[in-house]
Ligand binder design. Structure first.
Ligand SMILES: Cc1cc2nc3c(=O)[nH]c(=O)nc-3n(C[C@H](O)[C@H](O)[C@H](O)COP(=O)(O)OP(=O)(O)OC[C@H]3O[C@@H](n4cnc5c(N)ncnc54)[C@H](O)[C@@H]3O)c2cc1C
Length: 388
């Protein structure tokens, strides 16, 4: 399905673009070099109300759907900040969805307004070093003591934990061996990232250096019972509510990144003269770029179909996974081609495509990898046996 650009959607795109355009390639390259968080960009987005795009209006949000949120995130992905810009706000857009759906009235009133205002910054603690994609095998343990839980364990890759004051944290309240099903016995919390009990260590990584990812060590973290989101033991199912929206948003972001890289490649192909003519006059330069345009457009159609299904309350798992897969692949190919069209200069930081390339690898692996998305389609759509 193509996105029908209504005046309202156009307004969203224009307004987000207006903010993004204040932060150019030079700004993002500097942050990447200095490993500095884009506070200015994030604050500008929060002040304009964009962090609450999908939050209910009664708590200060805009009450819009995933379609609007995906358009916003695609616009951010298409900006000079590419995936770093997306990652600086992304978690605040989708992670609180669990609170919206499963939180009590008291929790929504307490938790949502500061997230929307950007004064609370959350991170998302799911992945663990010894569990990987097999989330049911996490071992971070929450033990009830009176009116609070005491949490011990370890998370890895927790993005923005350097500056976050909150964490959306999935734990085990019952060891897997004592559960009927592996998905039972898991409990979700949204709570203070209290550094008296939590040690955060940054992971040195290949790209997206402006936005930190971390190892998080949790020792005897006391969490009040009323920071538990949903029922004890129901955390895995609650988490599933955020999974499809997150995949659709990342897919939209990836299309944005791919289009930005393609734009740079086309511009360079038109300008760069070799053998007395622009390199873009050669079909071996033109054709891969034309192909990338088609791949990105095709992935984009899948994104809007997935978003439509989600907003209509229809099952959207197949399209959410497929759109994320196709968009991430199309973005990767477009960024790779953009580097190659630039020749040696593709490897130079001042041309920016190498930064896009480093960042475009991430939608291929997170929040779920290519392999596991293929497993999902094989099993849930094609009816093949579960392979993992
Ligand atoms: C920059 C960055 C930021 C991140 N931010 C966050 C965050 O904020 N919060 C968070 O919780 N996590 C975060 N992650 C973690 C990310 O979601 C995981 O890295 C990703 O889900 C893959 O898990 P893993 O690294 O443990 O891979 P593993 O589970 O160790 O898998 C390794 C490889 O084996 C493949 N594989 C495993 N099992 C199978 C199978 N049965 N069949 C086929 N292939 C298989 C996988 O596809 C993958 O290619 C982030 C990761 C990165 C790199």
């Amino acid at each position: 399905m193509a996105l029908r650009m209504t005046p309202e959607l156009q307004q969203i795109k224009d307004a987000v673009e207006d903010i993004c355009n204040r932060y150019d390639d030079k700004y993002w390259l500097t942050l990447d070099r200095e490993h500095r968080f884009p506070d200015e960009f994030r604050t500008a987005m929060a002040q304009a109300g964009w962090l609450g795009i999908t939050m209910p209006e009664q708590y200060g949000g805009s009450g819009l759907g995933i379609t609007e949120a995906a358009l916003m995130m695609q616009t951010v992905g298409n900006s000079a900040g590419v995936f770093a810009a997306c990652s600086s706000i992304h978690v605040n857009v989708f992670a609180p969805h669990s609170i919206v759906v499963h939180g009590t009235e008291e929790q929504k009133k307490r938790m949502l307004p500061p997230l929307i205002a950007g004064t609370d910054k959350t991170c998302f603690g799911v992945t663990e070093p010894d569990a990987g994609l097999d989330t049911t095998h996490i071992t971070t343990r929450a033990v009830k003591k009176g009116d609070r839980y005491i949490i011990n364990g370890q998370k890895v890759w927790t993005t923005t934990a350097q500056s976050a004051n909150k964490i959306m944290l999935i734990t085990r309240t019952t060891p897997i061996e004592e559960c009927k099903r592996p998905t039972d016995g898991m409990t979700l919390f949204y709570t203070d990232l209290n550094r008296d009990y939590v040690q955060v260590t940054e992971i040195e990584k290949m790209g997206r250096a402006a936005v930190d990812s971390n190892s998080v060590f949790i020792e005897d973290l006391p969490v009040p019972e009323n920071d538990r989101v949903g029922a004890e033991g129901a955390g895995f199912k609650i988490l599933l509510d955020s999974i499809n929206p997150e995949r659709i948003l990342v897919a939209a972001e990836a299309v944005g990144i791919g289009r930005r890289a393609l734009g740079k490649a086309v511009a360079y192909a038109g300008e760069r003269i070799v053998f007395g003519r622009p390199i873009g006059k050669n079909q071996s330069i033109q054709h891969p770029l034309a192909e990338s345009w088609m791949e990105l457009e095709a992935a984009d159609l899948m994104v809007w179909e997935a978003a439509r299904q989600h907003d209509a309350g229809e099952p959207c798992g197949a399209y959410a996974n497929a759109s994320k897969y196709l968009a991430a692949e199309a973005a990767f190919t477009a960024c790779d081609r953009a580097v190659r069209v630039h020749g040696g200069m593709g490897y130079a930081k001042e041309f920016h495509v190498e930064r896009y390339f480093r960042e475009c690898l991430l939608p291929r692996m997170g929040p779920v990898t290519r392999e596991l998305m293929l497993c999902y389609i094989a099993e849930r759509v094609l009816g093949l046996p579960k392979s993992y």
